[in-house]
Structure formats: structure tokens, C-alpha cells
Design a protein around this ligand. Structure first.
Ligand code: ATP
Ligand code: ZN
Length: 293
């Protein structure tokens, strides 16, 4: 049971790299968030839902224990929280907060795969994930857990290598480290509690999940309309990025041409339009999609 009777709870990062996008997702799902007088809890005014704003590291536990019904957190943090206890269920990836957990080392370490780490010390903020990765590769190494500033560990001779989050690689480079193997590719995910919400709230919970799925799948999706010669239909359909089966409609007074409407799940670039035109398409329109279900 949820701890607060009659209200659902969604755990989001209070401040940091996931905070804004998490709040956007909640809002795009139609939940009107109002700041309360309490910084920890935001209320949703049009549904019985509260947002619990916490450190991202606390989100997996809150959701696993049923303190929150849903949560938005990085896969890296979720994987690190695995402890053999009850686990939050991943509902879906959300397409933001992408980063990579990588092994990195100074050039003095001749790195030639995980075996090069045998017997060495590796500094990381993700000891659980790293340990599993090393075990799966039969590498015995010592792990030094650091809360932050992992990238300075080699310079301080605390460790021979590190395992840290990388997005652009600029921090590694600034510290004279080179990236090697990828330990985990991560993005933000929606997680759901294994503890059932109270029965009266279950339909609302399902609807929030469905709406968020709609928001995520409509992100970047476009509605494309064009006219095409019948003879070029196959070629044009093949060019439309990430479209399922498009709708094909007759054009009045034209037997040789049709109108094609399609939802494209991937970005539609100018290059795509140029290819469509070259294949015979005309009157091409690309429209944003606001909602999708
Ligand atoms: P908190 O105060 O909530 O504990 P934090 O300092 O642990 O915050 P942030 O730096 O805000 O965390 O990062 C939150 C999450 O954003 C990371 O766990 C990761 O999933 C994701 N992320 C995306 N890009 C990066 C990056 N370049 N470096 C670190 N994390 C990133
Ligand atoms: Zn954190």
C-alpha cells in the first residue's frame, strides 16, 4: 500500500541532470504540478498524485519498497541499487539522460581488454555494477569506492584505472585519461513499484504510465503527408524513416497518383525530403505530433 492513503507518489530527482526532463515528462502527461510549501513534495492539482523530490540514489529503494509507486531514474543508479531485495520494475526507457559507464585509464596503462585490469585497483562510484562486470569476465581487481572526483584517482595514485560516467569525454581528456571498455550504456527509465497501489488508485496509475508512454513515443515523431505517383509508392515508403504501413488515399481526378500519410518515428531531415522528392513525391508536409496513444 502507498504510505499516503488515497494518493499516488512519483519519485523524481530534486535537482541535477534528470530533474528538468523528469518534470517535463510529468507535465506533458497532463499532470498539473504545483509547488507546495514543502520542497520535498510537489502536488498534482488535477489528480490525487504527489511528486516526491529526492536524490536520485534514493529513488530505486523508494520505488522497490512501495514508498513511491513510480520513479524516474538513470539505469546506472538503478543497476547500482541491486541488492538481492525486492526490485523496481522497469516500465520503459525515456530517451533522455543518456550516458555511458566506462573504464578509463592513463596512457601508461597498456589497456588491451578487461584482463588488463587483473590485480589492479579501480576507482568508481558504481562498485556493484563494476563488480558484476568484472566477475562476468573473471577478472579479479580491487574496487575503491569514491563518491565523486573519481577522475582524479589515477593522478593521486589511488587507483590505476577508473570506471566512471562519460558523456562527451571532455572530463576524461582534461584529466589525461583515455576511454576503454563500456561497462553500461544508460538512460533515464520509468520504474514501477512491485508493491501494488491501493485498488482505487490502480486505474490512475495505469493511465499515468500509458500517457507517459504516449509522450515518449511521440517525441521526435512526425506526421508526414505527400503526394506520390502510384508507380513510386514502394520506393517512397522505403524512404520514410521509421514509418509502419502508411495510409494511401486516392487523389480526386488522378488515377496515376495517391496521397500518402505516415507517422515517422524517427527524425525527418531535409535530406529525407530531398530523397522523397527525387523519388517522385510532391507537396510534402511534415507536421509535429502533439499527442499519441
Ligand atoms: P543527486 O544529488 O540527485 O544524487 P547526482 O549528482 O548523483 O545527483 P547528476 O549529476 O544530477 O547526479 O546525474 C543524474 C543522472 O544523470 C546520472 O545518474 C546519469 O544517469 C545521468 N547522466 C547523464 N549524463 C551524465 C553525465 N555526463 N555525467 C553523469 N551523469 C549523467
Ligand atoms: Zn546521485
Amino acid at each position: 500500500m502507498s504510505t499516503v492513503q488515497g494518493r499516488l507518489r512519483i519519485a523524481v530527482q530534486k535537482s541535477g541532470r534528470l530533474a528538468d526532463r523528469s518534470l517535463d515528462l510529468v507535465r506533458d502527461a497532463g499532470l498539473r504540478v504545483v509547488k507546495g510549501n514543502n520542497d520535498l513534495l510537489y502536488r498534482v492539482e488535477n489528480y490525487p498524485i504527489d511528486l516526491l523530490r529526492v536524490r536520485d540514489d534514493d529513488i530505486p529503494t523508494f520505488v522497490a519498497d512501495g514508498v513511491c509507486d513510480l520513479g524516474i531514474v538513470g539505469e546506472n543508479v538503478l543497476e547500482e541499487a541491486r541488492n538481492g531485495g525486492p526490485r523496481a520494475e522497469v516500465v520503459m526507457p525515456l530517451g533522455f539522460g543518456r550516458c555511458t559507464l566506462k573504464i578509463a585509464a592513463p596512457p601508461t596503462l597498456a589497456y588491451d581488454g578487461p584482463a588488463s585490469l587483473e590485480g589492479l585497483r579501480i576507482a568508481t562510484s558504481y562498485p556493484t555494477v563494476l563488480r558484476r562486470w568484472l566477475d562476468e569476465r573473471n577478472v579479479r581487481a580491487e574496487i575503491v569506492t569514491m563518491r565523486g572526483a573519481v577522475e582524479v584517482a589515477p593522478r593521486l595514485r589511488l587507483a590505476a584505472a577508473i570506471c566512471d560516467l562519460v558523456s562527451t569525454g571532455a572530463t576524461l581528456e582534461a584529466n589525461g585519461l583515455g576511454p576503454h571498455d563500456t561497462v553500461l550504456d544508460s538512460q533515464a527509465v520509468l520504474i514501477r513499484s512491485p508493491v501494488a497501489a491501493e485498488p482505487s488508485l490502480r486505474p490512475l496509475l495505469d493511465s499515468v504510465v500509458d500517457r507517459m508512454a504516449g509522450v515518449v513515443s511521440s517525441q521526435g515523431a512526425k506526421y508526414v503527408m505527400l503526394n506520390a505517383p502510384r508507380s513510386a509508392l514502394d520506393r517512397i515508403t522505403a524512404i520514410l524513416p521509421g514509418a509502419g504501413s502508411p495510409t494511401v488515399m486516392p487523389l480526386s481526378g488522378r488515377d496515376d497518383a495517391v496521397a500518402v500519410h505516415a507517422v515517422c518515428q524517427e527524425a525527418v531531415f531535409w535530406e529525407t525530403l530531398e530523397k522523397l522528392k527525387a523519388a517522385g513525391a510532391s507537396a510534402i508536409l511534415v507536421l509535429p505530433i502533439e499527442k499519441m496513444m
